[in-house]
Design a protein around this ligand. Sequence first.
Ligand code: SAH
Length: 454
Amino acid sequence: MRTIRVLQSLNRVTVCTQPSPVWSWSVAQARCFSNSSPERPKPANSVLRHLTSKIKSTGPISVAEYMREALTNPVTGYYVQNDMLGPDGDFITSPEISQIFGELLGIWCLSEWMAAGKPSPFQLVEFGPGRGSLISDVLRVFSQLRGALGGATVSVHLVEVSPKLSQVQAECLSVDQSQLSASEDEPVYRQGTSAAGLPISWYPSLDDVPRGFSVYLAHEFFDALPIHKFQRTAKGWREVMVDVDPEAPDKLRFVIVPAPTLASTQLLQSDEKRQHVEICPEGGVIVQRLANRIAGDGGAALIADYGHDGTKTDTFRGFKGHKLHDVLASPGSADLTADVDFSYLRKMAGATVACMGPVTQRNFLKNMGIDTRLQVLLKNCTDPSTRAQLIHGYDMLTDPIKMGERFQFFTMLNHSRLTGPESVQPELGTKVSLVPRKAPAPLPVAGFSELGLS
Ligand code: SAH
Protein backbone atom coordinates (compact mmCIF):
# COMPACT_ATOMS: atom_id res chain seq x y z
CA MET A 1 0.00 0.00 0.00
CA ARG A 2 1.17 3.53 -0.63
CA THR A 3 1.30 4.21 3.13
CA ILE A 4 4.14 1.75 3.35
CA ARG A 5 5.64 3.19 0.20
CA VAL A 6 5.68 6.66 1.69
CA LEU A 7 6.83 5.85 5.18
CA GLN A 8 9.51 3.39 4.17
CA SER A 9 10.85 5.77 1.59
CA LEU A 10 11.15 8.47 4.21
CA ASN A 11 13.19 6.11 6.37
CA ARG A 12 15.99 5.84 3.88
CA VAL A 13 16.39 9.07 1.99
CA THR A 14 19.25 10.50 4.02
CA VAL A 15 21.57 7.53 3.81
CA CYS A 16 23.75 8.77 0.98
CA THR A 17 23.73 12.52 1.50
CA GLN A 18 27.19 12.81 3.07
CA PRO A 19 30.13 13.74 0.87
CA SER A 20 31.88 10.45 0.29
CA PRO A 21 35.01 9.40 -1.53
CA VAL A 22 34.56 7.17 -4.54
CA TRP A 23 35.43 3.95 -2.80
CA SER A 24 32.96 4.38 0.06
CA TRP A 25 29.97 5.45 -2.00
CA SER A 26 29.47 1.92 -3.30
CA VAL A 27 29.70 0.60 0.24
CA ALA A 28 27.10 3.06 1.52
CA GLN A 29 24.94 2.31 -1.47
CA ALA A 30 25.23 -1.42 -1.01
CA ARG A 31 24.24 -0.96 2.61
CA CYS A 32 21.13 1.05 1.79
CA PHE A 33 19.99 -1.44 -0.79
CA SER A 34 20.87 -4.57 1.13
CA ASN A 35 18.99 -3.24 4.14
CA SER A 36 15.97 -2.43 2.06
CA SER A 37 15.15 -5.95 0.95
CA PRO A 38 15.48 -9.04 3.08
CA GLU A 39 14.83 -11.30 0.06
CA ARG A 40 17.59 -13.45 -1.34
CA PRO A 41 18.28 -12.81 -5.01
CA LYS A 42 16.02 -14.85 -7.28
CA PRO A 43 17.32 -17.01 -10.13
CA ALA A 44 18.17 -14.93 -13.16
CA ASN A 45 15.06 -13.82 -15.06
CA SER A 46 15.03 -13.00 -18.75
CA VAL A 47 15.60 -9.24 -18.26
CA LEU A 48 18.54 -10.00 -15.98
CA ARG A 49 19.98 -12.49 -18.49
CA HIS A 50 19.63 -9.95 -21.28
CA LEU A 51 21.27 -7.19 -19.22
CA THR A 52 24.14 -9.30 -17.90
CA SER A 53 25.04 -10.52 -21.39
CA LYS A 54 24.89 -6.97 -22.73
CA ILE A 55 27.09 -5.64 -19.90
CA LYS A 56 29.58 -8.49 -20.37
CA SER A 57 29.97 -7.64 -24.04
CA THR A 58 29.88 -3.81 -23.99
CA GLY A 59 30.54 -2.73 -20.39
CA PRO A 60 28.45 -1.13 -17.62
CA ILE A 61 25.14 0.49 -18.57
CA SER A 62 23.67 3.73 -17.23
CA VAL A 63 21.02 3.57 -14.51
CA ALA A 64 18.68 5.18 -17.09
CA GLU A 65 19.19 2.30 -19.52
CA TYR A 66 18.74 -0.20 -16.71
CA MET A 67 15.49 1.48 -15.62
CA ARG A 68 14.18 1.73 -19.19
CA GLU A 69 14.84 -1.97 -19.84
CA ALA A 70 13.31 -3.04 -16.53
CA LEU A 71 10.19 -0.88 -16.80
CA THR A 72 9.27 -0.40 -20.44
CA ASN A 73 11.03 -3.03 -22.56
CA PRO A 74 8.24 -3.78 -25.08
CA VAL A 75 8.26 -7.51 -24.28
CA THR A 76 9.46 -7.97 -20.72
CA GLY A 77 9.04 -4.52 -19.11
CA TYR A 78 7.37 -4.24 -15.73
CA TYR A 79 4.76 -1.71 -16.91
CA VAL A 80 4.16 -3.57 -20.16
CA GLN A 81 3.44 -6.86 -18.41
CA ASN A 82 1.60 -5.98 -15.23
CA ASP A 83 -1.37 -4.31 -13.61
CA MET A 84 0.67 -3.28 -10.60
CA LEU A 85 -1.77 -0.93 -8.87
CA GLY A 86 -4.03 -1.63 -5.91
CA PRO A 87 -4.01 -3.90 -2.87
CA ASP A 88 -2.99 -6.98 -4.87
CA GLY A 89 -0.28 -5.14 -6.79
CA ASP A 90 2.91 -3.41 -5.76
CA PHE A 91 1.69 0.05 -4.79
CA ILE A 92 -1.42 2.19 -4.54
CA THR A 93 -1.86 5.81 -5.62
CA SER A 94 -3.96 8.80 -4.53
CA PRO A 95 -6.67 8.41 -7.21
CA GLU A 96 -7.05 4.76 -6.14
CA ILE A 97 -7.33 5.78 -2.49
CA SER A 98 -10.05 8.41 -2.79
CA GLN A 99 -12.45 9.64 -5.48
CA ILE A 100 -12.06 13.17 -4.05
CA PHE A 101 -8.55 13.39 -5.50
CA GLY A 102 -9.71 13.01 -9.12
CA GLU A 103 -12.77 15.16 -8.53
CA LEU A 104 -10.66 18.09 -7.35
CA LEU A 105 -8.30 17.66 -10.30
CA GLY A 106 -11.39 17.70 -12.53
CA ILE A 107 -12.38 21.06 -11.03
CA TRP A 108 -8.83 22.28 -11.63
CA CYS A 109 -9.00 21.32 -15.34
CA LEU A 110 -12.35 23.09 -15.73
CA SER A 111 -11.14 26.18 -13.91
CA GLU A 112 -8.05 26.49 -16.15
CA TRP A 113 -10.19 25.98 -19.24
CA MET A 114 -12.57 28.73 -18.09
CA ALA A 115 -9.69 31.07 -17.21
CA ALA A 116 -8.38 30.59 -20.77
CA GLY A 117 -11.68 31.88 -22.17
CA LYS A 118 -13.44 28.49 -22.66
CA PRO A 119 -11.73 27.55 -25.94
CA SER A 120 -13.20 24.79 -28.09
CA PRO A 121 -12.06 22.19 -28.96
CA PHE A 122 -10.78 21.29 -25.50
CA GLN A 123 -8.41 18.32 -25.17
CA LEU A 124 -7.93 16.59 -21.86
CA VAL A 125 -4.61 14.71 -21.89
CA GLU A 126 -3.33 12.33 -19.22
CA PHE A 127 0.13 10.77 -19.02
CA GLY A 128 0.36 7.26 -17.54
CA PRO A 129 -3.27 6.81 -16.48
CA GLY A 130 -2.66 3.56 -14.54
CA ARG A 131 -6.07 1.96 -14.07
CA GLY A 132 -7.94 5.01 -15.38
CA SER A 133 -9.34 5.99 -11.97
CA LEU A 134 -8.12 9.59 -12.06
CA ILE A 135 -9.47 10.40 -15.51
CA SER A 136 -12.71 8.57 -14.72
CA ASP A 137 -13.25 10.84 -11.67
CA VAL A 138 -12.34 13.90 -13.76
CA LEU A 139 -14.89 12.87 -16.42
CA ARG A 140 -17.59 12.39 -13.79
CA VAL A 141 -17.03 16.01 -12.72
CA PHE A 142 -17.25 17.09 -16.37
CA SER A 143 -20.58 15.25 -16.69
CA GLN A 144 -21.96 16.75 -13.50
CA LEU A 145 -20.90 20.25 -14.58
CA ARG A 146 -21.71 19.85 -18.28
CA GLY A 147 -23.69 23.09 -18.12
CA ALA A 148 -20.43 24.93 -17.44
CA LEU A 149 -18.81 23.24 -20.43
CA GLY A 150 -21.52 24.65 -22.70
CA GLY A 151 -21.13 23.45 -26.26
CA ALA A 152 -17.35 22.86 -26.07
CA THR A 153 -16.05 19.90 -28.03
CA VAL A 154 -14.17 17.83 -25.45
CA SER A 155 -11.93 14.86 -26.24
CA VAL A 156 -9.76 12.62 -24.04
CA HIS A 157 -6.18 11.63 -24.94
CA LEU A 158 -4.19 9.09 -22.95
CA VAL A 159 -0.42 8.62 -23.23
CA GLU A 160 0.22 5.06 -22.08
CA VAL A 161 3.17 2.79 -22.86
CA SER A 162 1.52 -0.37 -21.54
CA PRO A 163 -0.91 -2.29 -23.77
CA LYS A 164 -1.99 -4.26 -20.70
CA LEU A 165 -2.89 -1.11 -18.73
CA SER A 166 -4.54 0.51 -21.76
CA GLN A 167 -6.92 -2.46 -21.75
CA VAL A 168 -7.65 -1.93 -18.04
CA GLN A 169 -8.21 1.81 -18.70
CA ALA A 170 -10.54 1.04 -21.61
CA GLU A 171 -12.62 -1.27 -19.41
CA CYS A 172 -12.89 1.51 -16.82
CA LEU A 173 -13.64 4.37 -19.23
CA SER A 174 -15.26 3.11 -22.42
CA VAL A 175 -18.91 2.21 -22.71
CA ASP A 176 -18.32 0.42 -26.01
CA GLN A 177 -15.70 -2.16 -26.91
CA SER A 178 -12.62 0.00 -27.45
CA GLN A 179 -11.01 -0.61 -30.83
CA LEU A 180 -7.35 -1.46 -31.33
CA SER A 181 -5.79 0.16 -34.39
CA ALA A 182 -5.38 -2.12 -37.37
CA SER A 183 -1.88 -0.85 -38.18
CA GLU A 184 1.08 -0.38 -35.88
CA ASP A 185 2.00 2.75 -37.85
CA GLU A 186 -1.08 4.64 -36.64
CA PRO A 187 -0.25 7.23 -33.95
CA VAL A 188 -3.43 6.20 -32.07
CA TYR A 189 -3.27 2.57 -30.97
CA ARG A 190 -6.69 2.29 -29.27
CA GLN A 191 -9.94 4.25 -29.42
CA GLY A 192 -13.12 4.24 -27.37
CA THR A 193 -16.02 6.39 -26.20
CA SER A 194 -16.82 7.51 -22.64
CA ALA A 195 -20.23 7.16 -20.97
CA ALA A 196 -20.89 10.83 -21.82
CA GLY A 197 -20.02 10.20 -25.47
CA LEU A 198 -16.53 11.76 -25.43
CA PRO A 199 -13.98 10.21 -27.78
CA ILE A 200 -10.98 8.62 -26.02
CA SER A 201 -7.69 7.91 -27.82
CA TRP A 202 -4.56 6.12 -26.62
CA TYR A 203 -1.01 6.97 -27.80
CA PRO A 204 2.45 5.65 -27.00
CA SER A 205 3.94 9.15 -26.67
CA LEU A 206 3.10 12.85 -26.40
CA ASP A 207 4.39 13.46 -29.93
CA ASP A 208 1.40 11.50 -31.27
CA VAL A 209 -1.23 13.57 -29.42
CA PRO A 210 -2.86 16.15 -31.76
CA ARG A 211 -1.91 19.80 -31.21
CA GLY A 212 -4.54 22.19 -29.83
CA PHE A 213 -5.67 23.76 -26.56
CA SER A 214 -5.11 21.08 -23.93
CA VAL A 215 -5.04 20.58 -20.20
CA TYR A 216 -2.40 17.96 -19.34
CA LEU A 217 -2.37 15.83 -16.19
CA ALA A 218 0.54 13.70 -15.00
CA HIS A 219 0.16 11.94 -11.67
CA GLU A 220 2.95 9.57 -10.65
CA PHE A 221 4.21 9.51 -14.22
CA PHE A 222 7.50 11.45 -14.10
CA ASP A 223 8.82 9.33 -11.21
CA ALA A 224 8.71 6.27 -13.49
CA LEU A 225 10.95 7.84 -16.16
CA PRO A 226 14.61 6.75 -16.32
CA ILE A 227 17.19 8.70 -14.33
CA HIS A 228 20.95 9.03 -14.62
CA LYS A 229 22.90 9.02 -11.35
CA PHE A 230 26.03 11.04 -10.70
CA GLN A 231 28.52 11.16 -7.83
CA ARG A 232 30.89 14.03 -7.04
CA THR A 233 34.44 12.64 -6.64
CA ALA A 234 37.89 14.10 -6.07
CA LYS A 235 38.32 14.06 -9.86
CA GLY A 236 34.99 15.74 -10.60
CA TRP A 237 31.53 14.38 -11.41
CA ARG A 238 31.35 10.74 -12.41
CA GLU A 239 28.37 8.65 -13.53
CA VAL A 240 27.10 5.78 -11.39
CA MET A 241 26.42 2.82 -13.65
CA VAL A 242 25.20 -0.77 -13.43
CA ASP A 243 27.72 -3.59 -13.80
CA VAL A 244 27.81 -7.35 -13.30
CA ASP A 245 29.10 -8.34 -9.87
CA PRO A 246 32.44 -10.10 -10.54
CA GLU A 247 31.87 -12.36 -7.52
CA ALA A 248 28.33 -13.39 -8.53
CA PRO A 249 27.84 -13.37 -12.30
CA ASP A 250 24.02 -13.42 -12.08
CA LYS A 251 23.97 -10.35 -9.80
CA LEU A 252 24.25 -6.68 -10.63
CA ARG A 253 25.99 -3.94 -8.66
CA PHE A 254 26.50 -0.17 -8.88
CA VAL A 255 29.90 1.15 -9.94
CA ILE A 256 31.30 4.63 -10.41
CA VAL A 257 32.95 4.77 -13.80
CA PRO A 258 36.47 6.26 -13.79
CA ALA A 259 36.11 8.63 -16.78
CA PRO A 260 33.44 11.22 -17.60
CA THR A 261 30.53 9.97 -19.76
CA LEU A 262 28.48 11.89 -22.30
CA ALA A 263 25.73 12.16 -19.67
CA SER A 264 28.07 13.45 -16.93
CA THR A 265 29.47 16.11 -19.25
CA GLN A 266 26.10 17.18 -20.68
CA LEU A 267 23.49 16.92 -17.96
CA LEU A 268 24.99 18.41 -14.80
CA GLN A 269 24.61 22.10 -13.98
CA SER A 270 27.83 24.02 -13.32
CA ASP A 271 26.43 25.46 -10.06
CA GLU A 272 25.34 22.07 -8.66
CA LYS A 273 25.96 21.94 -4.89
CA ARG A 274 24.94 18.37 -4.07
CA GLN A 275 27.34 15.44 -3.76
CA HIS A 276 25.07 12.95 -5.49
CA VAL A 277 22.50 13.87 -8.14
CA GLU A 278 19.77 12.11 -10.12
CA ILE A 279 18.75 13.63 -13.45
CA CYS A 280 15.87 12.53 -15.65
CA PRO A 281 16.57 13.84 -19.18
CA GLU A 282 13.49 12.09 -20.60
CA GLY A 283 11.34 14.02 -18.12
CA GLY A 284 13.15 17.21 -19.17
CA VAL A 285 12.39 16.57 -22.85
CA ILE A 286 8.70 15.90 -22.14
CA VAL A 287 8.47 19.12 -20.13
CA GLN A 288 10.13 21.10 -22.94
CA ARG A 289 7.66 19.68 -25.47
CA LEU A 290 4.77 20.41 -23.13
CA ALA A 291 6.01 23.97 -22.64
CA ASN A 292 6.20 24.51 -26.41
CA ARG A 293 2.68 23.16 -26.87
CA ILE A 294 1.25 25.26 -24.04
CA ALA A 295 2.97 28.39 -25.36
CA GLY A 296 1.81 27.73 -28.93
CA ASP A 297 -1.66 26.25 -28.49
CA GLY A 298 -2.69 27.48 -25.02
CA GLY A 299 -3.46 25.31 -22.04
CA ALA A 300 -1.91 24.15 -18.80
CA ALA A 301 -0.14 21.16 -17.30
CA LEU A 302 -0.51 19.84 -13.77
CA ILE A 303 2.29 17.54 -12.63
CA ALA A 304 1.87 15.77 -9.30
CA ASP A 305 4.40 13.37 -7.88
CA TYR A 306 6.59 12.68 -4.92
CA GLY A 307 9.48 14.97 -5.35
CA HIS A 308 11.68 17.80 -4.17
CA ASP A 309 12.90 21.16 -5.37
CA GLY A 310 16.51 20.29 -6.13
CA THR A 311 17.52 19.25 -2.63
CA LYS A 312 17.49 15.45 -2.49
CA THR A 313 20.24 13.09 -3.56
CA ASP A 314 19.73 9.32 -3.66
CA THR A 315 16.02 8.53 -4.04
CA PHE A 316 16.12 5.60 -6.49
CA ARG A 317 14.13 2.70 -5.05
CA GLY A 318 12.06 -0.35 -5.90
CA PHE A 319 8.67 -1.60 -4.71
CA LYS A 320 7.19 -5.03 -4.85
CA GLY A 321 4.12 -6.25 -2.99
CA HIS A 322 3.96 -2.92 -1.11
CA LYS A 323 7.47 -3.40 0.27
CA LEU A 324 10.81 -1.85 -0.60
CA HIS A 325 12.68 -4.03 -3.03
CA ASP A 326 16.37 -4.11 -4.00
CA VAL A 327 16.46 -2.04 -7.21
CA LEU A 328 19.00 -4.34 -8.84
CA ALA A 329 17.30 -7.64 -7.96
CA SER A 330 15.09 -9.40 -10.54
CA PRO A 331 14.64 -6.41 -12.91
CA GLY A 332 11.24 -6.31 -14.60
CA SER A 333 9.48 -7.82 -11.58
CA ALA A 334 9.26 -4.67 -9.41
CA ASP A 335 8.35 -1.00 -9.70
CA LEU A 336 11.39 1.28 -9.95
CA THR A 337 11.03 4.94 -9.12
CA ALA A 338 12.94 8.11 -8.24
CA ASP A 339 11.66 11.34 -6.70
CA VAL A 340 10.92 14.04 -9.25
CA ASP A 341 13.31 17.00 -9.16
CA PHE A 342 10.92 19.90 -9.81
CA SER A 343 13.80 22.42 -9.96
CA TYR A 344 15.09 20.50 -12.99
CA LEU A 345 11.63 20.47 -14.64
CA ARG A 346 11.35 24.22 -14.05
CA LYS A 347 14.76 24.76 -15.69
CA MET A 348 13.77 22.61 -18.66
CA ALA A 349 10.49 24.52 -19.10
CA GLY A 350 12.54 27.73 -19.24
CA ALA A 351 10.82 31.02 -19.98
CA THR A 352 8.44 29.51 -22.55
CA VAL A 353 5.71 29.11 -19.94
CA ALA A 354 4.86 30.41 -16.47
CA CYS A 355 5.58 27.83 -13.74
CA MET A 356 4.08 27.65 -10.25
CA GLY A 357 4.96 25.33 -7.37
CA PRO A 358 5.84 22.86 -6.26
CA VAL A 359 3.31 23.11 -3.42
CA THR A 360 2.61 20.21 -1.09
CA GLN A 361 -0.31 17.90 -1.86
CA ARG A 362 -1.88 18.91 1.46
CA ASN A 363 -1.83 22.61 0.56
CA PHE A 364 -2.95 22.01 -3.00
CA LEU A 365 -5.93 19.85 -1.97
CA LYS A 366 -6.88 22.20 0.88
CA ASN A 367 -6.74 25.18 -1.51
CA MET A 368 -8.94 23.18 -3.89
CA GLY A 369 -11.54 22.75 -1.14
CA ILE A 370 -11.00 19.12 -0.05
CA ASP A 371 -12.49 19.84 3.40
CA THR A 372 -15.71 21.17 1.95
CA ARG A 373 -15.93 18.29 -0.53
CA LEU A 374 -15.45 15.73 2.24
CA GLN A 375 -18.21 17.34 4.32
CA VAL A 376 -20.62 17.28 1.33
CA LEU A 377 -19.93 13.60 0.68
CA LEU A 378 -20.29 12.70 4.37
CA LYS A 379 -23.57 14.62 4.61
CA ASN A 380 -25.00 12.56 1.75
CA CYS A 381 -23.73 9.21 2.99
CA THR A 382 -25.22 7.13 5.78
CA ASP A 383 -23.33 3.87 5.21
CA PRO A 384 -20.80 3.65 8.09
CA SER A 385 -18.18 1.76 6.10
CA THR A 386 -18.26 4.21 3.17
CA ARG A 387 -18.04 7.11 5.63
CA ALA A 388 -15.02 5.51 7.31
CA GLN A 389 -13.44 4.97 3.91
CA LEU A 390 -13.95 8.62 2.92
CA ILE A 391 -12.40 9.83 6.16
CA HIS A 392 -9.49 7.39 5.85
CA GLY A 393 -8.86 8.50 2.26
CA TYR A 394 -8.88 12.17 3.27
CA ASP A 395 -6.43 11.43 6.06
CA MET A 396 -4.07 9.49 3.77
CA LEU A 397 -4.03 12.23 1.13
CA THR A 398 -3.56 15.20 3.46
CA ASP A 399 -1.72 14.00 6.59
CA PRO A 400 1.77 15.52 6.40
CA ILE A 401 3.44 12.28 7.47
CA LYS A 402 1.43 10.14 5.04
CA MET A 403 1.04 11.62 1.55
CA GLY A 404 0.35 15.26 2.44
CA GLU A 405 3.87 16.65 2.28
CA ARG A 406 5.87 14.15 0.32
CA PHE A 407 3.70 14.61 -2.77
CA GLN A 408 4.01 17.92 -4.59
CA PHE A 409 2.05 19.78 -7.27
CA PHE A 410 3.65 21.83 -10.03
CA THR A 411 1.98 23.64 -12.92
CA MET A 412 3.03 25.12 -16.27
CA LEU A 413 0.76 27.76 -17.78
CA ASN A 414 0.55 29.85 -20.90
CA HIS A 415 1.96 33.28 -19.95
CA SER A 416 -1.32 34.97 -20.87
CA ARG A 417 -2.92 33.09 -17.97
CA LEU A 418 -1.12 35.33 -15.47
CA THR A 419 -0.68 38.51 -17.47
CA GLY A 420 -3.81 38.72 -19.63
CA PRO A 421 -3.92 38.05 -23.37
CA GLU A 422 -1.67 39.92 -25.80
CA SER A 423 -2.13 40.65 -29.48
CA VAL A 424 -0.14 42.28 -32.23
CA GLN A 425 -1.47 45.67 -33.37
CA PRO A 426 -1.16 45.38 -37.14
CA GLU A 427 -0.42 49.06 -37.83
CA LEU A 428 2.31 49.31 -35.26
CA GLY A 429 3.54 45.74 -35.25
CA THR A 430 3.96 45.87 -31.49
CA LYS A 431 2.52 43.67 -28.79
CA VAL A 432 -0.16 45.29 -26.67
CA SER A 433 -2.26 43.98 -23.86
CA LEU A 434 -5.87 43.28 -24.83
CA VAL A 435 -6.90 43.80 -21.25
CA PRO A 436 -8.09 47.36 -20.65
CA ARG A 437 -6.31 49.13 -17.80
CA LYS A 438 -9.20 48.67 -15.40
CA ALA A 439 -9.89 45.02 -16.33
CA PRO A 440 -9.95 42.65 -13.35
CA ALA A 441 -6.69 40.83 -12.62
CA PRO A 442 -6.57 37.25 -13.96
CA LEU A 443 -8.18 34.70 -11.63
CA PRO A 444 -5.79 33.07 -9.17
CA VAL A 445 -4.61 29.62 -10.24
CA ALA A 446 -6.69 27.13 -8.25
CA GLY A 447 -4.73 24.99 -5.81
CA PHE A 448 -1.67 27.25 -5.87
CA SER A 449 -3.24 30.01 -3.83
CA GLU A 450 -5.85 30.02 -1.11
CA LEU A 451 -9.32 30.43 -2.54
CA GLY A 452 -11.06 30.47 0.82
CA LEU A 453 -13.28 27.53 -0.08
CA SER A 454 -13.14 25.68 3.22
N1 SAH B 1 -1.28 7.88 -12.88
C1 SAH B 1 -1.69 6.61 -12.35
C2 SAH B 1 -0.67 5.49 -12.54
C3 SAH B 1 0.75 5.71 -12.07
S1 SAH B 1 1.83 4.34 -12.46
C4 SAH B 1 -2.09 6.76 -10.90
O1 SAH B 1 -1.73 7.74 -10.28
O2 SAH B 1 -2.76 5.85 -10.37
C5 SAH B 1 2.70 4.94 -13.92
C6 SAH B 1 1.88 4.95 -15.19
O3 SAH B 1 2.69 5.50 -16.24
C7 SAH B 1 1.44 3.58 -15.71
O4 SAH B 1 0.20 3.72 -16.35
C8 SAH B 1 2.56 3.23 -16.70
O5 SAH B 1 2.22 2.22 -17.61
C9 SAH B 1 2.78 4.58 -17.34
N2 SAH B 1 4.11 4.79 -17.92
C10 SAH B 1 5.30 4.54 -17.36
N3 SAH B 1 6.31 4.90 -18.17
C11 SAH B 1 5.74 5.41 -19.28
C12 SAH B 1 6.25 5.97 -20.49
N4 SAH B 1 7.55 6.07 -20.70
N5 SAH B 1 5.37 6.41 -21.42
C13 SAH B 1 4.02 6.31 -21.21
N6 SAH B 1 3.48 5.78 -20.07
C14 SAH B 1 4.32 5.34 -19.13
